[in-house]
Design a protein around this ligand. Sequence first.
Ligand code: SF4
Length: 451
Amino acid sequence: MARLTYFGLFALQHRGQESAGISVSDGRAILVFKELGLVSQVFNEATLATLQGELGIGHTRYSTTGSNTWDNAQPAFKTDGRRGLALGHNGNLVNTAELAERAGWRGGATTDSDLVATLLAEHLGEGLEVAAMRVLPTLEGAFSFVMMDERTVFAARDPHGLRPLSIGKLPGGFCFASETAALDIVGATFVRDVEPGELVMVDDEGLRSRRFAESPRRALCLFEFVYLARADSRLYGRTVLSARREMGRRLALQAPADADLVIPIPDTGHAAAQGYAEEAGLPYGEGLMKNRYVGRTFIEPTPSLRSRGVKLKLNPMPEAVRGRRLVVVDDSIVRGTTTRQIVQTLREAGAAAVHLRVTSPPVRWPCFYGIDMSTRKELVATDLTVDEVREFIGADSLGYLELEALVEATGSPADSFCRACFDGKYPVPVPEREPTKFALEEEPAGRPSPP
Ligand code: SF4
């Protein structure tokens, strides 16, 4: 089981690169191994061999609440002295501070996830199923959970289904994963998504389901299609790859450019750049070589790490770009600092012009549901016009895909998505005192703030 979970985590490494962990159970006790680092750094043959059991859950972390520390790595483990539970969380709650205050919580960890595990443990005497039915309805915000006790694996999704979570069928059982690509990789067949507001349980008897809340409406994060999910995953029944290609086509119609070559910013920009090139009748090529062993820049925890990551990660190919007027296709501009560096390196490599085309609208509002952009001041488009953003990043022209066209490219209706970072309409109300990443810890003096 540990090995299968390990392969699943490997497939989901792009979703979190700060820490990784696996917990297993042999039916009597839960064993957890977690550490800071990538999946391949955290686990080896010896550690996997110690994780014996028929049930397991795993997690890769990308911090949106709490610092990057061992305590905050997941699965979170709690026990009431007799029984135990382990929990992995994808998403971000918006009522963390209120829940912590109500529970008088003082944990070693500083994440909303650890807080939820603590709240569940208070009811463990009645079993994890009862605990989940009591605690899940009190949570507000985004959560896709995998949980386990000694004998059962649980999966639950918030009533809006903000983060994805799918069910797969294995020859001898079932599994859950944030993306369908992970199901493919462990040899599971896609069964269905966990429904918003649903608690699903798998044990010796098979799969059972209960509803812990009604779903007011679906609101899958639109950014999953734009940036976060793997191109070979399927969301709402559509491959992310085909949606991104369609975004590129629509972008070419909305924001044409007088250019010689269309290049992607790897990797998310590939499909969209191909779509743009096809629609515009321009050649498509590679102009930036990606070092595949460097993690995603946007989801690294501090600005200085992000900036170092960009330089290590993307190297322009002068023969491909020199003297050429480029259309450069990217998925989004959040802080703008990464984009600015890329534009600069392309110019240094001899590009005659850089026309930046972005397959999403300007990100003007923060995300409180699990993407690390939770304050207005870190978003370049909040106070700047499109032309001011263009000037900031140093491009010759800048074109964004309009929200309506982006949604159409996904093939699903607008009201099935959260689009809040683009239009400011939050499906789950955000408290007046906006949640911050460090809600459960003292903001240390000198913590770097995003540029
Ligand atoms: S605010 Fe944006 S990034 Fe956050 S969940 Fe909504 S669409 Fe996704």
